[in-house]
Design a protein around this ligand. Structure first.
Ligand code: ADP
Ligand code: SF4
Ligand code: MG
Length: 379
């Protein structure tokens, strides 16, 4: 077992409603190995490092964060594709890790994943019909030929493809159409939860909205619950009921989508949102970009204390460097009770009591080279 500081939340939300997904204290640590003979573990990638995540039945939860922060690994841990190093994942009241053999196969259909790149997740040698029937057959949903044919047509109609698509192969479709096939394949086995991992990142911007709208339409029709993963806040904004923001393996903020955009409280979320242009020209003029110092640290050497302290403009002398903040409800007037933040100083930052430091521009490679060229290496 590997140890890093724990980030268990102060207390689970008490307005949980009807939870479909309940993940607690999930960690996924990948060993870094060296040596041929002894296969020595010399460290770990702390890809997911203590995440609590609850999704209600019928809800869409948007999970956002920079590339490499652990979103896909968390998604895989949730649907049982990546065993957690620690923690539990239960779907519809059943601990996924406790499922074995036929019971696991039977329950597998309840949670499906839609991947970013439909081309690599669809076998190019299989026709659309065979791709769709494969999963249905594995779950005993394709025993009656007539019913299966009707079901295939229904699925294609649902995702906006013509019946003739059944006889075609993945390469005969556009990217957007292939993602529709990926969605139809997930739907074919009548899942309860769909984890959509960057479902539109590989698509043209003009097609992205169509696929997002399709996911939204299907949700009502098929009683689906979604965990939608994206590195782009704009993608999840309109489809999500709630949004969680991830940074270096942990959740740093979670709120109803509208609340998060109206009042981001964590410095990292503030910085992310400050980079998004707004359509209103006056608001755009007032928009102040928050610059972050330095690069994203490696998940194999996450900073101690608050993971964000190496880049945070509001970092304080006390607590930030050595105490990992819990995801907690804050006491700020007008902030909804479900809005949770992992920052020691969220209240003082919001009130203005703590002001951001001006981030000194980091020297660029170009500056360093220029310095070398004229021989002035001091300063
Ligand atoms: N199977 C694996 N073995 C080792 N490291 C991995 C593995 N999968 C992912 N990682 C690492 O874990 C971190 C999180 O990856 P990932 O979950 O894919 O992030 P995201 O989806 O947010 O871009 C990255 O540093 C990645 O390189
Ligand atoms: S705990 Fe400190 S370093 Fe972390 S986000 Fe809050 S102010 Fe910044
Ligand atoms: Mg990913």
């Amino acid at each position: 077992m590997t140890t890093t500081t724990d980030q268990a939340q102060a207390s689970p939300p008490n307005d949980e409603g009807d939870l479909l997904l309940d993940a607690r204290g999930v960690k996924v640590h990948f060993p870094i190995k060296r040596g041929v003979v002894f296969d020595k573990t010399i460290g770990h990638v702390y890809a997911v490092d203590g995440v609590d995540l609850q999704v209600r039945r019928g809800e869409t939860y948007g999970l956002v964060g920079e590339s490499g922060c652990g979103k896909s690994t968390l998604g895989k841990a949730i649907i049982g594709l990546e065993p957690p190093t620690e923690g539990t994942v239960s779907i519809d009241g059943t601990d996924v890790a406790s499922l074995k053999g036929s019971e696991l196969r039977r329950r597998r259909k309840d949670f499906q994943m839609v991947f970013q790149d439909p081309m690599s997740s669809l076998d190019p040698r299989q026709s659309v019909e065979s791709l769709l029937v494969e999963g249905m057959r594995a779950h005993g949903l394709a025993s009656d030929g007539k019913k299966t044919t009707a079901r295939l047509r229904e699925l294609l109609t649902a995702v906006g493809l013509p019946a003739a698509a059944l006889k075609k192969y993945p390469h005969e479709f556009s990217g957007g159409q292939r993602q529709r096939i990926g969605i139809a394949r997930a739907l074919a086995v009548e899942p309860k939860l769909i984890v959509a991992d960057e479902p539109v990142s590989a698509l043209d911007v003009s097609v992205q909205a169509q696929v997002i709208n399709l996911l939204e339409e299907l949700q009502g029709e098929y009683d689906l619950t979604y965990l939608v993963i994206a590195h782009d806040l704009a993608v999840v904004r309109h489809i999500s009921d709630r949004i969680g923001v991830m940074y270096l393996g942990g959740l740093v903020e979670e709120a109803a989508a509208d609340d998060l955009y109206a009042q981001p409280l964590h410095p990292y979320t503030r910085a992310l949102l400050s980079a998004v242009p707004v359509p209103d020209p006056e608001a755009e003029d007032r928009r102040e970009q928050i610059l972050l110092a330095g690069d994203l640290p490696s998940p194999s050497k996450p900073p101690a204390g608050c993971r964000f302290h190496t880049r945070c403009p509001w970092r304080q002398e006390t607590r930030c460097d050595d105490e990992r903040p819990q995801l907690r409800v804050v006491e700020i007037d007008g902030v909804a009770s479900g809005h949770r933040v992992a920052c020691h100083w969220a209240e003082q930052i919001e009130s203005g009591e703590i002001q951001p430091q001006v981030v000194a521009p980091t020297a660029t490679v170009g500056d360093l080279l220029a310095g070398e060229a004229d021989g002035s290496d001091e300063g």
